[in-house]
Ligand binder design. Structure first.
Ligand SMILES: C[S@@+](CC[C@H](N)C(=O)[O-])C[C@H]1O[C@@H](n2cnc3c(N)ncnc32)[C@H](O)[C@@H]1O
Ligand code: SF4
Length: 454
Protein backbone atom coordinates (compact mmCIF):
# COMPACT_ATOMS: atom_id res chain seq x y z
CA UNK A 1 0.00 0.00 0.00
CA UNK A 2 1.51 3.32 -1.13
CA UNK A 3 0.50 6.80 0.02
CA UNK A 4 1.73 9.94 -1.68
CA UNK A 5 0.67 13.56 -2.06
CA UNK A 6 1.65 13.33 -5.78
CA UNK A 7 -1.03 11.00 -7.08
CA UNK A 8 -0.08 11.68 -10.69
CA UNK A 9 3.19 9.78 -10.07
CA UNK A 10 1.66 6.83 -8.25
CA UNK A 11 2.22 4.48 -11.19
CA UNK A 12 5.85 5.49 -11.57
CA UNK A 13 6.49 4.94 -7.86
CA UNK A 14 4.59 1.64 -8.08
CA UNK A 15 6.99 0.49 -10.81
CA UNK A 16 9.94 0.87 -8.42
CA UNK A 17 8.09 -0.92 -5.62
CA UNK A 18 7.26 -3.81 -7.94
CA UNK A 19 10.95 -4.43 -8.56
CA UNK A 20 11.44 -5.18 -4.86
CA UNK A 21 9.08 -8.18 -5.02
CA UNK A 22 5.95 -9.15 -3.14
CA UNK A 23 5.30 -6.26 -0.72
CA UNK A 24 1.60 -6.53 0.09
CA UNK A 25 2.34 -6.63 3.84
CA UNK A 26 4.18 -3.33 3.85
CA UNK A 27 3.03 0.28 4.17
CA UNK A 28 4.85 2.92 2.13
CA UNK A 29 4.54 6.66 2.00
CA UNK A 30 6.33 9.25 -0.15
CA UNK A 31 5.52 12.91 0.54
CA UNK A 32 7.19 15.87 -1.12
CA UNK A 33 7.07 19.54 -0.01
CA UNK A 34 8.79 22.73 -1.06
CA UNK A 35 10.73 24.79 1.46
CA UNK A 36 12.03 27.82 -0.43
CA UNK A 37 13.94 26.47 -3.42
CA UNK A 38 14.48 23.13 -1.71
CA UNK A 39 12.29 20.11 -2.38
CA UNK A 40 12.07 17.87 0.69
CA UNK A 41 10.91 14.28 0.30
CA UNK A 42 9.90 12.28 3.40
CA UNK A 43 9.51 8.54 3.05
CA UNK A 44 8.25 5.91 5.44
CA UNK A 45 8.39 2.12 5.19
CA UNK A 46 6.60 0.37 8.06
CA UNK A 47 7.50 3.20 10.50
CA UNK A 48 11.08 3.55 9.27
CA UNK A 49 11.42 7.21 8.23
CA UNK A 50 13.88 8.90 5.89
CA UNK A 51 14.20 12.41 4.53
CA UNK A 52 15.94 13.62 1.38
CA UNK A 53 16.38 17.14 0.09
CA UNK A 54 17.09 18.49 -3.35
CA UNK A 55 17.99 21.89 -4.83
CA UNK A 56 15.08 22.52 -7.15
CA UNK A 57 15.90 24.63 -10.21
CA UNK A 58 13.71 24.39 -13.29
CA UNK A 59 13.19 26.38 -16.48
CA UNK A 60 9.56 25.55 -17.35
CA UNK A 61 6.54 23.58 -16.14
CA UNK A 62 7.56 20.49 -18.13
CA UNK A 63 10.94 20.39 -16.46
CA UNK A 64 9.35 20.96 -13.06
CA UNK A 65 7.14 17.90 -13.57
CA UNK A 66 10.08 15.84 -14.78
CA UNK A 67 12.19 16.76 -11.75
CA UNK A 68 9.36 16.19 -9.26
CA UNK A 69 8.87 12.69 -10.61
CA UNK A 70 12.59 11.99 -10.63
CA UNK A 71 13.20 13.16 -7.05
CA UNK A 72 10.22 11.25 -5.68
CA UNK A 73 11.41 8.08 -7.42
CA UNK A 74 15.01 8.50 -6.28
CA UNK A 75 13.86 9.05 -2.67
CA UNK A 76 11.64 5.99 -2.69
CA UNK A 77 14.41 3.93 -4.29
CA UNK A 78 16.98 5.08 -1.71
CA UNK A 79 14.70 4.26 1.19
CA UNK A 80 13.93 0.82 -0.28
CA UNK A 81 17.61 -0.02 -0.75
CA UNK A 82 18.24 1.11 2.84
CA UNK A 83 15.32 -0.91 4.22
CA UNK A 84 15.80 -4.11 2.22
CA UNK A 85 19.61 -3.81 1.88
CA UNK A 86 19.41 -4.46 -1.81
CA UNK A 87 20.36 -2.44 -4.93
CA UNK A 88 18.85 -2.78 -8.38
CA UNK A 89 21.04 -2.83 -11.50
CA UNK A 90 19.17 0.09 -13.06
CA UNK A 91 18.78 1.96 -9.76
CA UNK A 92 15.82 4.34 -9.70
CA UNK A 93 15.56 4.27 -13.48
CA UNK A 94 12.31 2.83 -14.78
CA UNK A 95 11.05 2.90 -18.36
CA UNK A 96 11.85 1.07 -21.53
CA UNK A 97 14.66 3.12 -23.04
CA UNK A 98 17.66 4.01 -20.83
CA UNK A 99 19.74 4.96 -23.88
CA UNK A 100 17.17 7.54 -24.96
CA UNK A 101 17.51 9.24 -21.59
CA UNK A 102 21.30 9.21 -21.94
CA UNK A 103 21.00 10.94 -25.33
CA UNK A 104 18.79 13.61 -23.71
CA UNK A 105 21.48 14.38 -21.13
CA UNK A 106 24.14 14.49 -23.83
CA UNK A 107 22.06 16.90 -25.94
CA UNK A 108 21.71 19.18 -22.89
CA UNK A 109 25.51 19.13 -22.53
CA UNK A 110 25.23 17.21 -19.28
CA UNK A 111 27.51 14.36 -18.28
CA UNK A 112 25.19 11.38 -18.67
CA UNK A 113 27.54 8.97 -16.90
CA UNK A 114 27.65 11.09 -13.79
CA UNK A 115 23.84 11.55 -13.86
CA UNK A 116 23.29 7.81 -14.24
CA UNK A 117 25.79 6.82 -11.54
CA UNK A 118 25.37 9.53 -8.92
CA UNK A 119 21.83 10.77 -9.29
CA UNK A 120 19.77 7.90 -10.70
CA UNK A 121 21.96 5.31 -8.93
CA UNK A 122 22.37 3.10 -11.99
CA UNK A 123 25.14 0.51 -11.52
CA UNK A 124 28.57 1.02 -13.06
CA UNK A 125 28.12 -2.01 -15.35
CA UNK A 126 24.81 -0.81 -16.80
CA UNK A 127 26.12 2.73 -17.27
CA UNK A 128 29.10 1.29 -19.11
CA UNK A 129 26.83 -0.73 -21.44
CA UNK A 130 24.80 2.39 -22.25
CA UNK A 131 28.04 4.19 -23.09
CA UNK A 132 29.13 1.37 -25.40
CA UNK A 133 25.75 1.35 -27.14
CA UNK A 134 25.87 5.08 -27.81
CA UNK A 135 29.29 4.55 -29.30
CA UNK A 136 28.15 1.61 -31.48
CA UNK A 137 25.17 3.64 -32.74
CA UNK A 138 27.31 6.58 -33.90
CA UNK A 139 27.45 5.62 -37.60
CA UNK A 140 23.66 5.16 -37.75
CA UNK A 141 22.15 7.57 -35.23
CA UNK A 142 20.55 10.31 -37.31
CA UNK A 143 17.75 12.65 -36.23
CA UNK A 144 15.98 13.43 -39.47
CA UNK A 145 12.18 13.62 -39.76
CA UNK A 146 12.33 12.35 -43.36
CA UNK A 147 13.94 9.07 -42.28
CA UNK A 148 11.58 6.15 -42.00
CA UNK A 149 11.46 2.43 -41.35
CA UNK A 150 8.76 0.22 -42.83
CA UNK A 151 7.34 -2.49 -40.55
CA UNK A 152 4.95 -5.28 -41.58
CA UNK A 153 3.38 -7.53 -38.92
CA UNK A 154 2.34 -11.16 -39.40
CA UNK A 155 0.69 -12.16 -36.09
CA UNK A 156 0.56 -15.92 -36.75
CA UNK A 157 2.71 -18.75 -35.41
CA UNK A 158 2.92 -22.51 -35.89
CA UNK A 159 2.14 -22.91 -32.16
CA UNK A 160 2.12 -20.63 -29.15
CA UNK A 161 5.26 -20.69 -26.97
CA UNK A 162 4.50 -20.79 -23.25
CA UNK A 163 6.44 -17.62 -22.36
CA UNK A 164 5.54 -15.42 -25.32
CA UNK A 165 4.49 -11.84 -24.61
CA UNK A 166 3.65 -10.92 -28.22
CA UNK A 167 0.42 -11.01 -30.19
CA UNK A 168 0.29 -14.29 -32.04
CA UNK A 169 -2.45 -16.60 -33.21
CA UNK A 170 -1.99 -20.27 -33.93
CA UNK A 171 -2.07 -20.33 -37.72
CA UNK A 172 -3.90 -23.65 -38.08
CA UNK A 173 -6.83 -22.26 -36.08
CA UNK A 174 -7.07 -19.00 -38.03
CA UNK A 175 -9.91 -18.89 -40.54
CA UNK A 176 -9.29 -15.49 -42.11
CA UNK A 177 -5.72 -15.72 -43.39
CA UNK A 178 -6.59 -14.81 -46.98
CA UNK A 179 -8.69 -11.84 -45.86
CA UNK A 180 -5.90 -10.76 -43.49
CA UNK A 181 -3.34 -10.80 -46.30
CA UNK A 182 -5.75 -8.86 -48.56
CA UNK A 183 -6.20 -6.18 -45.90
CA UNK A 184 -2.47 -6.14 -45.12
CA UNK A 185 -1.59 -5.67 -48.79
CA UNK A 186 -4.05 -2.79 -49.01
CA UNK A 187 -2.37 -1.20 -46.00
CA UNK A 188 1.16 -1.83 -47.32
CA UNK A 189 0.33 -0.34 -50.71
CA UNK A 190 -1.31 2.70 -49.14
CA UNK A 191 1.53 3.18 -46.66
CA UNK A 192 4.22 3.15 -49.35
CA UNK A 193 2.98 6.62 -50.34
CA UNK A 194 4.10 7.89 -46.91
CA UNK A 195 7.71 6.79 -47.35
CA UNK A 196 10.35 9.50 -47.80
CA UNK A 197 13.86 8.40 -46.93
CA UNK A 198 13.61 4.64 -46.37
CA UNK A 199 16.19 3.28 -43.92
CA UNK A 200 14.96 -0.29 -43.45
CA UNK A 201 12.17 -2.82 -43.92
CA UNK A 202 11.25 -5.29 -41.17
CA UNK A 203 8.73 -8.13 -41.44
CA UNK A 204 8.05 -9.23 -37.88
CA UNK A 205 5.60 -11.23 -35.90
CA UNK A 206 4.61 -13.68 -34.84
CA UNK A 207 6.31 -15.86 -37.34
CA UNK A 208 6.10 -14.46 -40.89
CA UNK A 209 7.26 -17.72 -42.51
CA UNK A 210 4.43 -19.68 -40.90
CA UNK A 211 2.36 -18.36 -43.84
CA UNK A 212 1.84 -20.58 -46.88
CA UNK A 213 4.45 -19.78 -49.53
CA UNK A 214 1.88 -18.17 -51.85
CA UNK A 215 0.64 -15.86 -49.06
CA UNK A 216 4.18 -14.95 -47.99
CA UNK A 217 5.03 -14.21 -51.63
CA UNK A 218 2.04 -11.86 -51.93
CA UNK A 219 3.28 -9.88 -48.91
CA UNK A 220 6.85 -9.60 -50.27
CA UNK A 221 5.50 -8.62 -53.64
CA UNK A 222 3.37 -5.84 -52.13
CA UNK A 223 6.42 -4.46 -50.31
CA UNK A 224 8.46 -4.71 -53.51
CA UNK A 225 12.19 -5.00 -54.06
CA UNK A 226 14.26 -2.58 -52.01
CA UNK A 227 17.96 -2.01 -51.58
CA UNK A 228 18.08 -1.07 -47.90
CA UNK A 229 18.49 -3.28 -44.83
CA UNK A 230 15.60 -5.76 -45.03
CA UNK A 231 14.87 -8.16 -42.16
CA UNK A 232 12.49 -11.11 -42.01
CA UNK A 233 11.98 -12.31 -38.45
CA UNK A 234 11.62 -15.87 -39.73
CA UNK A 235 12.07 -16.88 -36.13
CA UNK A 236 11.02 -20.47 -35.62
CA UNK A 237 13.42 -22.90 -37.28
CA UNK A 238 10.61 -25.44 -37.79
CA UNK A 239 9.00 -23.32 -40.52
CA UNK A 240 12.10 -22.01 -42.29
CA UNK A 241 12.29 -23.70 -45.70
CA UNK A 242 14.47 -23.53 -48.79
CA UNK A 243 11.43 -22.31 -50.69
CA UNK A 244 10.72 -19.28 -48.47
CA UNK A 245 14.43 -18.41 -48.29
CA UNK A 246 14.64 -18.41 -52.11
CA UNK A 247 11.77 -15.95 -52.31
CA UNK A 248 13.35 -13.73 -49.65
CA UNK A 249 16.59 -13.64 -51.63
CA UNK A 250 14.72 -12.70 -54.79
CA UNK A 251 13.02 -9.76 -53.08
CA UNK A 252 16.18 -8.30 -51.54
CA UNK A 253 15.93 -9.50 -47.92
CA UNK A 254 19.33 -9.04 -46.25
CA UNK A 255 18.83 -10.22 -42.66
CA UNK A 256 16.97 -13.24 -41.28
CA UNK A 257 16.25 -14.11 -37.64
CA UNK A 258 16.76 -17.76 -36.75
CA UNK A 259 15.86 -17.94 -33.08
CA UNK A 260 16.99 -20.79 -30.86
CA UNK A 261 15.82 -19.13 -27.57
CA UNK A 262 17.78 -22.02 -25.99
CA UNK A 263 19.80 -24.97 -27.29
CA UNK A 264 18.30 -27.30 -24.66
CA UNK A 265 15.86 -29.77 -26.25
CA UNK A 266 14.27 -30.37 -22.87
CA UNK A 267 13.41 -26.68 -22.46
CA UNK A 268 12.30 -26.30 -26.08
CA UNK A 269 9.84 -29.12 -25.60
CA UNK A 270 8.52 -27.68 -22.34
CA UNK A 271 8.00 -24.31 -24.00
CA UNK A 272 5.99 -25.78 -26.86
CA UNK A 273 8.48 -24.79 -29.56
CA UNK A 274 8.28 -27.50 -32.13
CA UNK A 275 11.95 -27.67 -33.06
CA UNK A 276 15.12 -29.14 -31.66
CA UNK A 277 18.55 -27.64 -31.15
CA UNK A 278 19.78 -29.77 -34.07
CA UNK A 279 17.10 -28.42 -36.40
CA UNK A 280 18.01 -24.88 -35.38
CA UNK A 281 21.66 -25.48 -36.34
CA UNK A 282 20.63 -27.07 -39.64
CA UNK A 283 18.30 -24.22 -40.54
CA UNK A 284 20.97 -21.72 -39.57
CA UNK A 285 23.38 -23.39 -42.02
CA UNK A 286 20.67 -23.32 -44.71
CA UNK A 287 19.98 -19.61 -44.15
CA UNK A 288 23.72 -18.83 -44.24
CA UNK A 289 24.05 -20.78 -47.52
CA UNK A 290 21.83 -18.09 -49.09
CA UNK A 291 24.21 -15.38 -47.87
CA UNK A 292 21.84 -13.69 -45.37
CA UNK A 293 23.03 -11.93 -42.24
CA UNK A 294 21.56 -13.76 -39.26
CA UNK A 295 20.27 -12.69 -35.88
CA UNK A 296 19.73 -15.24 -33.12
CA UNK A 297 17.46 -14.54 -30.13
CA UNK A 298 18.23 -16.20 -26.79
CA UNK A 299 16.34 -15.88 -23.51
CA UNK A 300 18.02 -15.86 -20.09
CA UNK A 301 15.95 -17.20 -17.20
CA UNK A 302 13.83 -19.77 -19.03
CA UNK A 303 11.93 -22.21 -16.87
CA UNK A 304 14.07 -25.00 -15.49
CA UNK A 305 17.32 -23.57 -16.84
CA UNK A 306 20.31 -22.83 -14.66
CA UNK A 307 23.47 -20.91 -15.43
CA UNK A 308 25.15 -23.88 -17.13
CA UNK A 309 22.22 -24.51 -19.47
CA UNK A 310 22.18 -20.86 -20.50
CA UNK A 311 25.97 -20.78 -20.85
CA UNK A 312 25.80 -23.76 -23.16
CA UNK A 313 23.17 -22.03 -25.34
CA UNK A 314 25.17 -18.84 -25.52
CA UNK A 315 28.44 -20.64 -26.27
CA UNK A 316 26.69 -22.65 -29.00
CA UNK A 317 25.26 -19.48 -30.58
CA UNK A 318 28.72 -17.86 -30.52
CA UNK A 319 30.30 -20.95 -32.08
CA UNK A 320 27.87 -20.65 -35.01
CA UNK A 321 29.10 -17.08 -35.55
CA UNK A 322 25.93 -15.22 -36.62
CA UNK A 323 26.20 -11.47 -37.28
CA UNK A 324 23.80 -10.59 -34.41
CA UNK A 325 22.89 -12.23 -31.11
CA UNK A 326 20.12 -10.75 -28.98
CA UNK A 327 19.99 -11.70 -25.32
CA UNK A 328 16.52 -11.34 -23.80
CA UNK A 329 15.68 -11.67 -20.13
CA UNK A 330 12.49 -13.57 -19.47
CA UNK A 331 9.62 -11.16 -18.75
CA UNK A 332 6.49 -12.65 -17.24
CA UNK A 333 3.58 -11.01 -15.50
CA UNK A 334 3.38 -11.67 -11.79
CA UNK A 335 0.75 -14.25 -11.00
CA UNK A 336 1.15 -16.06 -14.33
CA UNK A 337 1.72 -19.78 -14.18
CA UNK A 338 5.24 -19.51 -15.55
CA UNK A 339 6.13 -16.55 -13.37
CA UNK A 340 5.79 -18.61 -10.25
CA UNK A 341 8.45 -21.02 -11.43
CA UNK A 342 10.69 -18.08 -12.34
CA UNK A 343 10.51 -16.61 -8.86
CA UNK A 344 12.13 -19.75 -7.64
CA UNK A 345 15.05 -19.09 -9.93
CA UNK A 346 17.17 -16.72 -7.98
CA UNK A 347 17.49 -13.32 -9.57
CA UNK A 348 21.24 -13.63 -9.02
CA UNK A 349 21.32 -16.61 -11.34
CA UNK A 350 19.71 -14.57 -14.15
CA UNK A 351 22.09 -11.63 -13.59
CA UNK A 352 24.97 -14.09 -13.74
CA UNK A 353 23.67 -15.29 -17.12
CA UNK A 354 23.35 -11.76 -18.48
CA UNK A 355 26.81 -10.81 -17.19
CA UNK A 356 28.33 -13.93 -18.70
CA UNK A 357 26.62 -13.20 -22.04
CA UNK A 358 28.08 -9.71 -22.06
CA UNK A 359 31.66 -10.78 -21.40
CA UNK A 360 31.58 -13.87 -23.67
CA UNK A 361 30.04 -11.92 -26.55
CA UNK A 362 32.55 -9.10 -26.23
CA UNK A 363 35.39 -11.62 -26.20
CA UNK A 364 33.98 -13.12 -29.40
CA UNK A 365 33.93 -9.73 -31.16
CA UNK A 366 30.34 -8.65 -30.60
CA UNK A 367 29.37 -5.24 -29.16
CA UNK A 368 26.08 -4.18 -27.60
CA UNK A 369 24.24 -1.80 -29.97
CA UNK A 370 20.71 -1.49 -28.64
CA UNK A 371 18.92 -2.22 -25.40
CA UNK A 372 15.45 -2.07 -23.95
CA UNK A 373 13.69 -3.00 -20.78
CA UNK A 374 10.24 -4.45 -20.25
CA UNK A 375 7.98 -4.68 -17.26
CA UNK A 376 8.15 -7.88 -15.22
CA UNK A 377 11.67 -8.84 -16.28
CA UNK A 378 13.53 -11.42 -14.24
CA UNK A 379 16.06 -9.61 -12.03
CA UNK A 380 14.92 -6.19 -13.31
CA UNK A 381 17.36 -6.60 -16.17
CA UNK A 382 17.14 -5.85 -19.90
CA UNK A 383 17.20 -7.14 -23.48
CA UNK A 384 20.40 -6.37 -25.34
CA UNK A 385 21.22 -6.71 -29.02
CA UNK A 386 24.84 -7.51 -29.88
CA UNK A 387 26.41 -7.19 -33.32
CA UNK A 388 29.66 -7.78 -35.13
CA UNK A 389 31.13 -4.42 -36.18
CA UNK A 390 29.27 -2.96 -39.17
CA UNK A 391 26.39 -5.45 -38.78
CA UNK A 392 24.23 -3.39 -36.41
CA UNK A 393 20.54 -3.47 -37.35
CA UNK A 394 19.30 0.03 -38.27
CA UNK A 395 15.67 -0.89 -37.65
CA UNK A 396 16.39 -1.85 -34.03
CA UNK A 397 18.28 1.39 -33.44
CA UNK A 398 15.57 3.57 -34.99
CA UNK A 399 12.71 1.89 -33.13
CA UNK A 400 14.46 2.04 -29.76
CA UNK A 401 15.80 5.57 -29.99
CA UNK A 402 12.61 6.92 -31.62
CA UNK A 403 14.41 9.17 -34.10
CA UNK A 404 12.74 8.10 -37.38
CA UNK A 405 9.17 7.57 -38.61
CA UNK A 406 7.97 4.00 -38.10
CA UNK A 407 5.39 3.27 -40.78
CA UNK A 408 3.83 0.05 -39.55
CA UNK A 409 1.23 -2.20 -41.18
CA UNK A 410 -0.73 -5.13 -39.76
CA UNK A 411 -2.93 -6.05 -36.79
CA UNK A 412 -1.62 -4.49 -33.56
CA UNK A 413 1.12 -2.65 -35.48
CA UNK A 414 1.93 0.80 -34.09
CA UNK A 415 3.00 3.61 -36.41
CA UNK A 416 5.02 6.44 -34.92
CA UNK A 417 5.24 9.98 -36.15
CA UNK A 418 8.35 11.64 -34.79
CA UNK A 419 9.12 15.37 -34.70
CA UNK A 420 12.74 15.45 -33.62
CA UNK A 421 13.07 19.20 -33.08
CA UNK A 422 10.06 19.28 -30.77
CA UNK A 423 10.88 15.98 -29.04
CA UNK A 424 7.37 14.91 -29.95
CA UNK A 425 6.08 11.43 -30.82
CA UNK A 426 2.57 10.50 -31.84
CA UNK A 427 1.42 6.92 -32.20
CA UNK A 428 -1.45 5.23 -34.01
CA UNK A 429 -2.12 1.55 -33.38
CA UNK A 430 -4.13 -0.87 -35.52
CA UNK A 431 -6.69 -3.23 -33.89
CA UNK A 432 -5.29 -6.38 -32.29
CA UNK A 433 -8.14 -8.59 -33.33
CA UNK A 434 -7.67 -10.06 -36.82
CA UNK A 435 -11.34 -9.81 -37.82
CA UNK A 436 -11.61 -6.21 -36.59
CA UNK A 437 -8.41 -5.31 -38.45
CA UNK A 438 -9.81 -6.77 -41.66
CA UNK A 439 -13.20 -5.06 -41.26
CA UNK A 440 -11.70 -1.68 -40.37
CA UNK A 441 -8.81 -1.59 -42.82
CA UNK A 442 -10.03 1.62 -44.51
CA UNK A 443 -10.25 3.45 -41.16
CA UNK A 444 -6.82 2.05 -40.20
CA UNK A 445 -5.32 3.57 -43.35
CA UNK A 446 -7.17 6.87 -42.90
CA UNK A 447 -5.91 7.20 -39.34
CA UNK A 448 -2.38 6.57 -40.51
CA UNK A 449 -2.62 9.18 -43.26
CA UNK A 450 -3.98 11.68 -40.73
CA UNK A 451 -1.04 10.92 -38.45
CA UNK A 452 1.54 11.80 -41.10
CA UNK A 453 -0.33 14.49 -43.03
CA UNK A 454 -1.39 16.85 -40.28
C1 LIG B 1 8.29 -11.00 -31.55
S1 LIG B 1 9.12 -12.38 -30.91
C2 LIG B 1 9.16 -13.23 -32.47
C3 LIG B 1 10.12 -14.32 -32.63
C4 LIG B 1 9.79 -15.55 -33.43
N1 LIG B 1 8.41 -15.78 -33.61
C5 LIG B 1 10.36 -16.74 -32.69
O1 LIG B 1 9.67 -17.30 -31.88
O2 LIG B 1 11.50 -17.09 -32.92
C6 LIG B 1 10.74 -11.74 -30.67
C7 LIG B 1 11.51 -12.29 -29.51
O3 LIG B 1 11.02 -11.84 -28.27
C8 LIG B 1 11.51 -12.69 -27.25
N2 LIG B 1 10.42 -12.91 -26.27
C9 LIG B 1 9.14 -13.25 -26.50
N3 LIG B 1 8.45 -13.35 -25.34
C10 LIG B 1 9.34 -13.05 -24.35
C11 LIG B 1 9.24 -12.98 -22.92
N4 LIG B 1 8.12 -13.25 -22.28
N5 LIG B 1 10.36 -12.64 -22.23
C12 LIG B 1 11.52 -12.37 -22.87
N6 LIG B 1 11.67 -12.43 -24.20
C13 LIG B 1 10.60 -12.76 -24.94
C14 LIG B 1 11.96 -13.98 -27.91
O4 LIG B 1 13.35 -14.10 -27.80
C15 LIG B 1 11.54 -13.78 -29.36
O5 LIG B 1 12.42 -14.38 -30.26
S1 SF4 C 1 6.77 -18.43 -32.28
FE1 SF4 C 1 7.67 -16.49 -31.57
S2 SF4 C 1 6.01 -14.98 -31.65
FE2 SF4 C 1 5.11 -17.04 -31.83
S3 SF4 C 1 4.48 -17.58 -29.81
FE3 SF4 C 1 6.56 -18.38 -30.08
S4 SF4 C 1 7.96 -16.71 -29.39
FE4 SF4 C 1 5.93 -15.83 -29.64
Amino acid sequence: MLKTNYNEFENDLGEILREFGELSNYEFSVFGNFEGDKFIVSTEINDKKCEYNYDFIFSDELEKKRLLKRYLKISLYKSLTFYFERNLPWGSLTGIRPTKLAYQYIENNEDFESKFLNELLVSKDKTEIVKKIINAQKPYYEKNDDNCDFFVGIPFCPSRCAYCSFLSNEIAKEKNIKEYIDALIKEIEGSKKLVKNLRSVYIGGGTPVSLKTEDFLRVLDAIGKVDVEYTVEAGRPDVITEENLKIMKEYGVTRVCVNPQTFSDETLQKLGRRHTAKECKEKYALVKSFGFDVNMDLIAGLIGEDFDTFKNSLDTAISLNPENITVHTLALKRGSRLRESVDRLTENEVSKMVEYAHSALEKAGYSPYYLYRQKYMAGNLENTGYAKKGKECIYNIDIMEEIAQIIASGANAVSKQVENAKNKIERVGAPKDIKTYIDKIDQVLDKKFNLYNK
